[in-house]
Design a protein around this ligand. Structure first.
Ligand code: DQA
Length: 145
């Protein structure tokens, strides 16, 4: 089965308790299970990871770059300012999808900029946990074409 790495950045480990009106009540464990189950149906072996550390996120992207693994990334607030993540993501030769639970463009001004949007295959925002399901479908589609 083709591996896909789903990477969640800072504060996403607190899903379920963190601002549920914005991010929903699903926990990170439940989201991970949803991603794995969706992947199974699509013939993808989905590995879900979360870290609050930029260095760890960069290391995982290097791993994906070397193994040519497709990546679905919710970089959390790092989306808006981390050139290190952008540079790491730019090295991944396989399909890459930027995802967000909320729609950052409809929120505070500082969230309107994504420094990673220019180096991903595509972006999906605003559909809650379904953003991940849609991203997995997009990756499966890309890998099959
Ligand atoms: C987020 C949006 C970001 O602006 C925010 O910092 C997050 C979550 C989202 O999934 O909607 O941590 O990436």
């Amino acid at each position: 089965m083709t591996r896909v790495l789903v990477i969640n950045g800072p504060n996403l480990g607190r899903l379920g308790v963190r601002e549920p009106d914005i991010y929903g009540s699903t926990t990170h464990d439940e989201l991970a299970e949803l991603c794995r189950a969706t992947g199974m149906r699509l013939g993808l072996d989905v590995d879900v990871r979360q870290s609050d550390s930029e260095a760890e996120l960069v290391a995982w992207l290097h791993e994906a770059a070397d193994a040519r693994t497709a990546v679905i990334l919710n970089a959390g607030a790092l989306t808006h300012y981390s050139y290190a993540l952008r540079d790491a993501l730019a090295q991944v030769p396989s399909p890459t999808v930027e995802v967000h639970l909320s729609n950052p463009a409809a929120r505070e001004e500082f969230r309107h900029t994504s420094v990673i949007a220019g180096v991903v295959t595509g972006s999906i925002s605003g559909f809650g946990i379904n953003s991940y399901v849609l991203a997995l479908h997009a990756v499966a589609d890309r890998l099959a074409s």
